[in-house]
Every structure is written in C-alpha cells, then in structure tokens.
Ligand binder design. Structure first.
Ligand code: H2B
Length: 105
C-alpha cells in the first residue's frame, strides 16, 4: 500500500531530487526539460512512456516544441508518494546532461 509522503521523509525525498519543485495548487512535483528540437523532445517522451509502464506509474506530460514539462503525483493517495520520487529519479537518468545533477567530485 502506497502512502502519501509527509513530514521529514517528504522533506528528505525532495531534497534528494534535482530540479524538481512542488506544484503550487496541488500536491505534486514538476520539472521542465529542454531539448534542441521537437524530435529530441519526442524521443525523450517515448523513453518516458516505456519507463512509466515499467514502473506502473504514469506522469502528466506537457510538450511545446523542444520543451517537456513533467508533473508527478500519485492518484491513489491524491498527493506525492515514494513512487513519484522513484520515477522522477529514473526520468532524470534519461534526461540531457544539462537537466541532470552535475556529477560529483
Ligand atoms: N500513475 C500515477 N501517476 N498515479 C497512480 O496512482 C497510478 C499511476 N496508479 N499509474 C497506477 C497506474 C494504478 O492505477 C495501477 C492499477 O497500478
């Protein structure tokens, strides 16, 4: 059973993500990714689709040409859960370097 992320666990999970921010009017997180053109953006979206099926967890997706905004939230708890955090991390691994955390020392 998935649980809504609250309190210290939620804070720690959000701190661990790179470039994701909380949506203002609902319990969800969002991130925008940038590409050189539509084709590159759509390639990313195709890979996200496969990832979503693998995770059995599905993002909200908004695309305008070379820009992709992803919103993650868990319907079952009407808010943020560990499932969103796991998918956010996995999506970041598919992202262009400029939208990923800089590699550590
Ligand atoms: N995606 C998202 N974003 N939230 C969910 O709660 C969710 C999902 N639930 N994908 C999954 C599918 C659920 O409906 C299936 C039955 O596991």
């Amino acid at each position: 059973m998935v649980e809504r992320l609250v309190g210290a666990a939620r804070h720690a999970a959000l701190q661990g993500l790179h470039g994701w921010s909380e949506v203002e009017d609902r319990d969800a997180i969002r991130k925008t990714y940038h590409f050189s053109d539509f084709s590159e953006a759509w390639g990313f979206l195709s890979r996200i689709a496969l990832l979503a099926e693998k995770h059995d967890h599905h993002p909200e997706i908004f695309n305008v040409y070379n820009r992709v905004e992803i919103i993650l939230s868990t319907h079952d708890v009407e808010g943020l859960s560990e499932r969103d955090v796991r998918l956010a991390e996995a999506i970041d691994e598919l992202a262009p370097l400029r939208d990923r955390r800089a590699p550590g020392p």
